[in-house]
Design a protein. Structure first.
Length: 520
């Protein structure tokens, strides 16, 4: 789909559809009011008849509105005006796109981006609208031989900004939104691919192709090279499968030479059967999504490079299958990690931490300021937070705050979980330095505790995305989360490095002037 930024009156748009908002109790927005006046009250007449109240997310398509140049006007409910915030804005955008795809209109001009949302600028309005539109239009139909007739997509969407002086900010927001949406699409496609196609080898080749196309560097290590590094914990998981393991390492140097990088580490289990501690059969197909941490890291890397963020970034993805076989890792086995610490494997289904611990040790060689790992790590995290928030752990509270604020900014939320000493106790093993599980209570926390033992050399955060990376049920599919959170985090970091001020987790785009002190 093609996007455009424009400023201009809604009644003058010669287009298939103009999208405007209506607040609850039929309060027209500025653009809706303009259309109402030019049409001698046509819109308020329709509303008075009671077909639309302006409830958040409701829509009503009007045809042949007098004295306008467009074929249709789509009214979108915004809810109560005083409750209209970021969340409501996102919902309204999503509803408008859903309604648009149910008509044959293939071009539209949306005036929802002209609205104001407290604490947010034009750039944010456009960025969010772009990301949400492309997210709503996403489909994964690569393996359908007959295309769905419902699968329609408008050709062109123009986003309106209030003034001509806003055009440049709108264009900036659009570029950022497109980069984020592309990163999310990359992540969703990889996540949705079945395990028989998206193997560790495939994942590595896709990562290499992506990085090299964008001018970044890629290094791929196979099982033999991984063994040479001493990653015996990682390889102990890979051993049960006939698919060879891969360690994917991508580098992007957008920052100053010698500037310490941020490293992202993603769990890349392309299928998690549980291994010898085999999972129950029901819903096991969803374990093809066990590489969504890897997909997030690669999608974020892609977006950061596309956006040319001024920072140095490393992506590290350990990838393998977790399968049972005569060669497979067994409960009771003891493995030696790259760090030298030993692990007693009490459950082969707790494999994510076994591959991530070695990747965290490997990250040390890049002397990173910050390492963030992303993993579909525990079912317990889904029990704790459901499908709403990502579980966030960190050895540095400031970093945790940055990530929470970034997620808040873009509606991709995380929740700070504890990493207290008391939980570390649960990982004690009589035979090795630690066990790989801590029992059912606090299962997401003890998994994070395990990882923390390998992340002492830098500021570290862990995102448990078991509940947020994909949806089950009738809307089954990868979500692309938390690419938006990580991109906002990286943008904020880049802005801080440029000397800009971060306000409420969101940097102002300009360097503050003297006496400018409205920092909240
Ligand atoms: N990939 C799973 C975690 C998972 C399960 C994510 C269900 C999303 C939905 C992970 O490898 C795993 O199996 N974890 C075990 C750990 C347990 C054995 C300590 C779990 O959560 O049951
Ligand atoms: Mn598992
Ligand atoms: Zn797993």
């Amino acid at each position: 789909m093609e996007f455009n930024i424009k400023s201009g009156s809604p009644e003058k748009q010669r287009v298939a559809c103009v999208i405007v908002g209506v607040h609850e109790s039929r309060k027209l927005t500025f653009a809706a009011d303009l259309l109402d006046r030019i049409s001698n009250g046509f819109i308020s007449d329709v509303l008075r008849r009671g077909d639309m109240e302006g409830k958040l997310g409701s829509t009503l398509m009007l045809h042949a509105v007098p004295h306008t140049l467009c074929d249709r006007v789509l009214l979108v409910g915004l809810g109560k005006e005083r409750d209209f915030r970021a969340k409501e804005y996102r919902e309204a955008i999503r509803a408008s796109i859903r309604a648009l795809t149910q008509t044959s209109a293939n071009e539209a001009v949306s005036y929802l981006t002209e609205l104001t949302v407290k604490k947010h600028d034009v750039e944010w309005m456009v960025e969010q609208a772009t990301v949400i539109t492309l997210d709503a239009l996403y489909r994964f139909d690569r393996f359908k031989t007959r295309t769905d007739e419902a699968a329609r997509e408008p050709r062109k969407l123009t986003l309106a900004v209030p003034r001509r002086s806003d055009l440049a900010d709108g264009e900036k927001g659009l570029l950022r939104g497109l980069a984020i949406a592309n990163g999310m699409k990359f992540a969703k496609d990889l996540g949705n691919l079945p395990g028989n196609i998206c193997t560790p080898t495939y994942l590595a080749e896709e990562a290499r192709r992506m990085a090299e196309t964008l001018g970044a560097q890629a290094e791929i290590l196979d099982g033999a090279a991984i063994a040479e590094l001493g990653m015996h914990s990682f390889l102990s998981v890979a051993r049960g499968s006939t698919e060879d393991a891969r360690l994917i390492v991508l580098r992007y140097n957008g920052g100053r030479e010698g500037e310490r990088p941020v490293a992202l580490v993603g769990k890349g289990i392309t299928f998690d059967s549980g291994g010898i501690s085999l999972k129950p059969g029901e819903g096991m197909d969803e374990m093809k999504y066990d590489m969504c941490g890897a997909a997030t890291v690669l999608g974020t890397f892609r977006a950061a490079v596309e956006m040319k963020l001024p920072l140095n970034l490393i992506a590290i993805v350990p990838s393998c299958e977790n399968m049972p076989s005569g060669n497979a890792l067994k409960p009771g086995d003891i493995v030696t990690t790259m760090s030298g610490q030993t692990v007693e494997v009490l459950n082969t289904d707790a494999e994510g931490r076994l591959i991530l611990c070695d990747a965290l040790t490997y990250a040390e060689r890049f002397n990173p300021t910050t390492v963030i790992d992303v993993a579909t790590l525990t079912g317990a995290c889904v029990i704790a937070l459901g499908n709403v928030a990502t579980g966030l752990y960190s050895n540095q509270d400031g970093l945790a705050r940055e990530l929470i604020a970034a997620g808040e900014e873009v509606g991709d939320r995380a929740w700070h979980m504890p990493l207290w000493e008391e939980y570390q106790e649960l990982l004690k093993s009589p035979f090795a330095d630690m066990a790989n599980i801590g029992g059912r209570p606090g299962g997401s926390i003890t998994a994070a505790c395990f990882l923390s033992r390998f992340a002492k050399a830098y500021d570290w955060a862990h995102l448990d995305i078991a509940g947020t990376a994909w949806k089950g049920g009738k809307d089954k599919g990868a979500t692309g989360r938390p690419v938006p959170l990580l991109m906002q985090f990286l943008q904020d970091r880049a802005d801080i490095a440029l000397g800009n001020v971060v306000r409420r987790g969101r940097p102002r785009r300009e360097v503050p002037e003297a006496g400018d002190d409205d920092i909240e």
